[in-house]
Design a binder for this molecule. Structure first.
Ligand SMILES: [Cu+2]
Length: 340
């Protein structure tokens, strides 16, 4: 029934399956007892003490105690706070998106991304889970248990993906209008591919060079997008063109909205609201659609629709945001194979 893709999820599936089987037997047993009692009624006295103490106390204690011990046995050690060699990622829930911060490692710098958690197959991952606003809940059923993200608290979850694939994680604590469109995709990749992706993501966004991308960057700043979004490492040359004096760093934005560095490499936009990359179509269609019609795609999202912009202005912004393809998950690359 469940399709676990890691040891933690397998253990939890084991607990659930045992519980289901035992409960099914208990139900059948109770029904048989009921039928027997109806049939037996008034024919012969029954040993009350045996049924009351035996069936009402000893049997349930044995059954439920057994289930408890079995759960403890299977789940033992699942929440190891610091498994050796774990990848550490800080996940923060927002209304209505996820931010992800990969901690620095000796050979890899820290970097931020959003709505998509990429992990290497076979390596333990420790998430620290926090919330910026209300209570959210992290839950990727194929990879393990459910943990709440509570304002003012730091929770933790450890899991290992044992196979490559894309695993869906819906927010599982009602958090307002767009709760249903607050989806986190976990992409488990072969370790070499992950290392490539990580290197590419940690790097800055490419500085816009084409005339259109430069115009897009200027529009991005002028329309106030920088109030919520960052595009790491990118400076806008303004009217002066490349190398001009009016440079402004687009990475200096507060994290009110998703970090848009390498946004074209993500599978979805708006926390699962819109498929970002159509392998057959133009990979920029979704970005264009999102900027123009966000309130139609995800009503109530904190970002307004930019319908007042002309089509060529939107195109310029998309040109700036999409940039050239990124290694390890760029806009032209095929997706990771299996989708359980
Ligand atoms: Cu929610």
């Amino acid at each position: 029934m469940l399709r676990p893709a890691g040891p933690q999820a397998e253990a939890l599936a084991g607990v659930m399956n045992t519980t289901l089987v035992v409960c099914a037997f208990a139900f059948v047993f109770a029904m048989v007892c009921l039928a027997a009692a109806l049939w037996w009624k008034g024919r012969r006295p029954v040993p009350t003490a045996l049924w009351l103490w035996g069936g009402g106390l000893v049997l349930p204690v044995l059954v439920f105690g057994g289930l408890l011990l079995n759960g403890e046995r299977l789940a033992h050690g699942l929440d190891d706070p610091s498994p050796p060699g774990a990848l550490r990622v800080a996940v923060t829930g927002h209304l209505w998106w996820w931010s992800m911060r990969y901690e620095a490692e000796p050979d890899a710098p820290a970097f931020a991304t959003a709505n998509e958690l990429r992990v290497p197959v076979g390596r333990p991952v420790t998430l620290t889970l926090a919330s910026e606003d209300v209570i959210h809940s992290y839950w990727v059923p194929a990879l393990g248990g459910k943990v709440d993200l509570v304002p003012g608290r730091l929770n933790r979850l450890t899991f290992t993906a044992s196979q490559a694939g894309v695993f869906r994680g819906p927010c599982s604590e009602y958090c307002g209008t767009q709760h249903a469109a607050m989806v986190l995709q976990v992409v488990a990749m072969p370790p070499e591919e992950f290392a490539k992706w990580r290197r590419a993501q940690a790097g800055d966004a490419p500085e816009p060079v084409s005339r259109e991308a430069l115009r897009g960057a200027a529009l991005f700043r002028e329309n106030g997008c920088v109030a919520c979004h960052a595009v790491r490492g990118t400076k806008v040359a303004g009217e002066a063109g490349p190398g001009g004096a009016a440079k402004q760093d687009l990475a200096q934005a507060p994290p009110l909205g998703p970090d848009l560095t390498h946004v074209a490499s993500r599978l979805w936009l708006g926390a699962g609201a819109l498929r970002n990359r159509d392998p057959l179509g133009d990979p920029r269609t979704a970005l264009r659609q999102w900027i123009t019609d966000v309130q139609q795609i995800k009503p109530g999202a904190r970002m307004p629709s930019y319908r007042q912009l002309k089509a060529d202005e939107i195109d310029a912004m998309v040109e700036f945001l999409a940039g050239p393809p990124v290694a390890g998950g760029g806009s032209e690359r095929p997706l990771v194979a299996s989708t359980p």
